[in-house]
Every structure is written in structure tokens, then in C-alpha cells.
Design a binder for this molecule. Sequence first.
Ligand code: NAD
Ligand code: UDP
Length: 312
Amino acid sequence: MIRKKVLVTGGAGFLGSHLCERLLKDGNEVVCLDNYFTGQKQNIVHLLGNPFFELIRHDVTMPFFIEVDEIYNLACPASPIHYQYNAIKTVKTSVMGAINMLGLAKRIKARILQASTSEVYGDPDIHPQTESYWGHVNPIGTRACYDEGKRVAETLFVNYHRQNNVRIKIIRIFNTYGPRMHPQDGRVVSNFIVQALKGEPITIYGDGSQTRSFQYVDDLIEGMIRMMNTREEFTGPVNIGNPNEFTIKELAETVIRLTNSNSKLTYLPLPSDDPVQRQPDIDLARRELGWEPTIQLEEGLKKTIGYFASVI
Ligand code: NAD
Ligand code: UDP
């Protein structure tokens, strides 16, 4: 087995910590880079004793130099509350972070994978979303700092590939949940589970008829690693998500049932530009990666509920 040296930006975050863990388990050497904006040391503390794991505090908007074989670029706040907290910084993280990491990949000839998002499709007017769909994003809306930042990052990736032969991979991640989401992260799965476990009202934004397709973290990490290891010419973008679609109200009811909670539903205003429907078409991932999700919602929610019950 060849031990690869891998850089994970945003490695102390929810997804990054699972990725670091998996890469180490596969026998690689991992350098985790994070500025702890939304991530926490707690997420990777169990890896600190591993001699093949290294932790570096760094902000991706500043250049960074290292010798590695692969780079997974995950650094960016992902929850609407956090990415809107400092919208300008979110754009800088996506755009300057991509430029710095692509410059590094070019210089050291590393493969680089971008954690893009279903948000590049905006509030989609085709359903389900295929990779060939260009999206429907409001460039001046409250979500634009994230959506447009991620779109520019994709543009940078494909142009570094075209102009400089940088070895890129782009995945578009759909809503992912699981252990190590921050309890105050503000995303729907963590909010509903924490509220249900505390017996507090479940906060549904709008009438709860909007849909999302929820993917358990282990499925995503498998897809991410398979994508990094695809044939050289295949750059993506490729959707990685679970095509099973639920309304937000259905999610709330399922969480209440699985936690045996007495919580009641409460309805709050829908945030602006909140997408109405979202479901990935994963034919390309099936074909190119031989991948599809294996963990369905109830099974994943049970694992996630177990985690939150132990931390709150
Ligand atoms: P997260 O907020 O838990 O993790 C993001 C990590 O990036 C955190 O550890 C944070 O401290 C770090 N970070 C933020 N700005 C940084 C900067 N300037 N320099 C260095 N580190 C910085 O979110 P997550 O859910 O783990 O998301 C990880 C990546 O996956 C993000 O790029 C996100 O856009 C993408 N993604 C996630 C989802 C999802 O459902 N979880 C969906 C689509 C895309
Ligand atoms: N949402 C909700 N209650 C919450 C948090 C979120 O009803 O407490 C809704 C939100 O309006 C959106 C969906 O759940 O329609 C998913 O929100 P999330 O922030 O998890 O992700 P995104 O909107 O980026 O898909």
C-alpha cells in the first residue's frame, strides 16, 4: 500500500473531521488545516495522538505552502447562519481559498478536490438537478455570498485545469448530516434533533412543504474518496447526495417519532431565497464512481440522535 500525504482544508469541521478520520484509517498521512471559524478541536481531538496526523491553524485566504499528493478543499462555513454572519469573508474564503489551494496544487502537481454544493443550482427550476443544469441563483440575495462564491470556485477550478493542467475534481454535495454537526449550527437536521431532545418547539420555517434530500455523512465520505481516485480525465462536477426527497415537515415528524419527543411544531417565517425543492440526479456518480448512498434517512437519523443525546 502507498501511504499518500493528504491536505484537508476545513478539516476540523463536521465533514472534514470525518474525512480526516477515514483517510487515516486507509493508511494515509493527513495534514488538517483550519481557522476554527465553525470547526472545533473537539472534532479531531481523538486523532491528535496519531503520528500520521498533523493539525495546523491557518486561514485559507492566506497563501500556504506544503508538499502533499492530494488536497481536499473543504474550508468554508456551510450553514446559512454562519455563512451570512460575515458575507464578505465567506466570498473571500471560497474565492481566495480556491486561488491559494489551486496555486499550491499547480506548484506541487497535486490532485485537488473541491467541495462544491447543490447551492450552485440555487432555487432550481428543473427537478431533479443534473450536473448539466446551470442553476437559478439570485446574485444579490442573502445566500449569494455562499452560492456565488462556490460558483466562482468551480470556475477557477476548471480554468486552472484548462490553462495549467491542474488535476482537479469537483463534487456538488447535497444536504449532509450526521455526528459532529455543531449543536448550534443552525442547519435543519441538527436544529430539529436538538429541539426534540430538549422538548423544545420544532422550528419549521415557512409551511414546511419545501423539500430537501438528506445524505448521511458516511455515504458522502465514500463518494468523495472515490471521486478523488477516478481516472485522470474525469474532473466532474458530479452530484453526491441521496435522491430520497422529504418535506421539512416530514423530517420534523420523523425526528419527533424517533426521539419519542413531546415537542410541538412551531412555524416561523421562511428565510429569503430559500430553495423550494432539492433532489440530486446521481446517474453520473453511479456510472463514474460506482457509488450510491447506502444509509437511508431513519437509520442515519438514529445514529445522529445517539450522538446529540451524548453531547447536549
Ligand atoms: P463546517 O462549517 O462544519 O466546516 C467548515 C470548516 O471550514 C470549519 O472547520 C471551519 O472552521 C473551516 N473554515 C471556514 N473558513 C475557513 C478559512 N477561511 N480558513 C480555514 N478554515 C476555514 O461545514 P461542513 O458541513 O463540514 O462543510 C464542509 C464543506 O462542505 C464546505 O466547503 C461546504 O460548503 C461543503 N458542503 C457541505 C454540505 C453539507 O450539507 N454539510 C453541503 C454542500 C457543501
Ligand atoms: N429549516 C427549518 N427549520 C430550521 C432550520 C432550517 O425549517 O430550524 C429549513 C430551511 O428553511 C430550509 C431547510 O430547512 O428550507 C434546510 O435548511 P438548512 O439550513 O439545513 O440547509 P439549506 O437551506 O442550505 O439546504
